[in-house]
Design a protein around this ligand. Structure first.
Ligand SMILES: Cc1cc2nc3c(=O)[nH]c(=O)nc-3n(C[C@H](O)[C@H](O)[C@H](O)COP(=O)(O)OP(=O)(O)OC[C@H]3O[C@@H](n4cnc5c(N)ncnc54)[C@H](O)[C@@H]3O)c2cc1C
Length: 491
């Protein structure tokens, strides 16, 4: 037990909360400073007019990372999760079929018998390769700390060289090797969007995600909505006397001789501690709070950031037919759309989007007979579309399209409507340029090339969250908390 040492964590996102509990359980005295009035970061909740909405994440993979975290902290997982099968449903414009992404490959194959002969055999081969990539990299690259570039390169050399050709391919090119119909290629490569980019600019090695979806552990929903994760963690933190100070934004620092002494908030108050952890974006924090030249706005703009999201939270006074709990609505120009969605605002005239029908699995999220849903539409981040005055029109076009595709005009039944543009995401959670998932996961921004989880100058400052190692997504932040705590325990 390391009692007595005080740790100050900036940010109550999933990375901050899980780091706090791990450290509190080791005897540290932990405090969290959060700029918003409630915990969770992107994993947040809106309550309005009798409706409840999760703001961002709607499911998670790698449930065993939550279980490992709970074991490490000597607690039960503080929320209930439910396996999803089918994983999600997909509709392609002008095609009346709804494709269900079953984990049972034979059942999945049944839906593609007309368009993709031998689907089952092809999918087995594809998943075998994705599985090999997953198992050959997860321990070596994803769940490891690297002290230097040399360490990282040495680790990479241990990865099976049979995967080298995949490194030269994009996600879509890798999928294309196995499947011939455009529908299957598009549907299988949708998971690349979960990394905040498109299948055409995501590395082929990330086809390992298909293995995690279909073969390994699948996807999970949370009973009561995703925010139950945050509520459960906050309950556990309260038991450990971890204090969360809300409505307080860190803007500056004091440090000398390689030690951070205090952080300063926007009101000028100083926050002292022995050890500091930033759950604020690891690149932006170095730039905006620590004023590092390497992370100046110009240098940050030269990095590769993930796309933005337009999110629409709708409370309806009727039950919407034909929508499944997780449902993707695609257009007819996937390749052109993907080529444009990162940078070209005009593409939003024909949006692709994802619908999460929260009230399907969690009836308490909406009054009786009503529906609570949210829509996520990938859009250019603020680097490419700084002006969002047209957000209302874009949201209208999505809601209209959803109505046409479900056969019911949605507008008259809307009793609650909230829209977040990348400007809101930036403003609420300090997401650089409104980028939804932080730094992209390309070759030059992963592993030891991502902003490190230890500070370059202050030996008592560490980082956790989407833009440091290992990367974006809830399970990655939990792995990140383990990696950061491993480092803290050594000092
Ligand atoms: C629309 C959307 C959908 C998503 N869907 C999924 C999904 O289905 N499954 C999944 O696994 N992942 C999903 N993600 C990704 C997931 O939400 C993130 O990867 C994860 O929540 C990031 O957690 P984090 O630990 O980096 O912290 P964050 O959520 O970024 O939290 C950081 C916290 O720090 C606070 N903060 C920042 N700067 C300061 C400061 N200077 N002072 C004080 N406080 C500060 C912020 O307010 C915030 O509360 C989605 C993301 C989005 C945006």
């Amino acid at each position: 037990m390391r009692s007595g040492k005080k740790v100050l964590i900036t940010g109550a996102g999933i990375g901050g909360l899980t780091t706090a509990l791990r450290l509190a359980k080791k005897g540290y005295q932990v405090e969290i400073i959060e700029k918003n009035s409630q915990a969770g970061g992107r994993l947040n909740q809106i309550k309005t007019g009798g409706f409840t909405f999760d703001t961002g994440p709607s499911f998670f993979s790698m449930s065993y990372e939550f279980e490992e975290f709970a074991r490490d902290c000597n607690i039960d997982v503080p929320f209930k999760f439910i396996k999803l099968d089918p994983l999600y449903a997909v509709n392609i414009k002008d095609d009346p079929t709804t494709y269900f992404l079953y984990r049972d490959i034979r059942k999945l194959a049944g839906q593609f018998s007309d368009i993709e002969p031998d689907f089952e055999e092809k999918m087995e081969k594809y998943l075998k390769k994705s599985g090999q990539i997953f198992h050959d990299t997860v321990g070596i690259v994803i769940k490891s700390n690297f002290d230097s570039l040399f360490d990282y390169v040495t680790a990479l050399m241990r990865v099976n060289p049979a995967h080298l050709p995949v490194l030269s391919r994009t996600f879509y090119q890798q999928v294309k090797l196995y499947f011939s119909s455009w529908q299957v290629r598009q549907i299988i490569s949708l998971v690349a969007f979960f990394l905040g980019r498109t299948p055409f600019d995501t590395m082929g090695i990330y086809t390992l995600l298909s293995y995690t979806e279909f073969r390994h552990d699948g996807y999970y929903n949370v009973e009561g909505g995703m925010y139950a994760i945050v509520e459960g963690l906050v309950r556990e933190l309260e038991k450990e006397n971890v204090k969360i100070i809300y409505n307080t934004e860190i803007t500056g620092y004091n440090g000398r001789r390689g030690r951070l002494e205090a952080l300063t908030d926007s009101e000028g108050q100083r926050w002292h501690a022995d050890i500091f952890v930033s759950n604020a974006d690891a690149a932006l924090f170095r730039g905006s709070v620590l004023k590092r030249r390497k992370y100046s706005p110009e240098r940050l703009d030269r990095k590769s950031w993930t796309m933005g999201y337009l999110t629409i939270y709708l409370g309806l006074n009727f039950k919407l037919p034909g929508i499944h709990h997780h449902h993707y609505f695609l257009g007819t120009n996937f390749e052109e759309y993907s080529g444009n969605v990162m940078k070209n605002p005009t593409i939003l005239q024909k949006p692709y989007y994802y619908v999460n029908l929260m009230s399907a699995n969690n009836p308490d999220c909406a009054p009786p007979g009503c529906e609570s849903l949210f829509i996520v539409c990938p859009v250019p981040n603020l680097m490419y579309k700084p002006d969002w005055q047209d957000a209302g029109d874009i949201a209208d076009s999505i809601i209209r399209d959803l109505g046409e595709r479900t056969g019911r005009d949605i507008f008259p039944g809307i009793v609650s409507r909230t829209v977040y543009t990348p400007l809101d995401w930036q403003e609420k959670f300090n997401l650089y340029r409104g980028s939804g998932l932080g730094l992209s996961h390309n070759m030059s921004q992963i592993g030891a090339l991502r902003p490190a989880n230890f500070d370059e100058e202050f030996r008592n400052l560490f980082y956790v969250g989407a833009s440091t190692v290992p990367g974006a997504g809830l399970p990655m932040s939990i792995i990140g908390s383990k990696l950061a705590v491993e480092r803290i325990l050594k000092i």
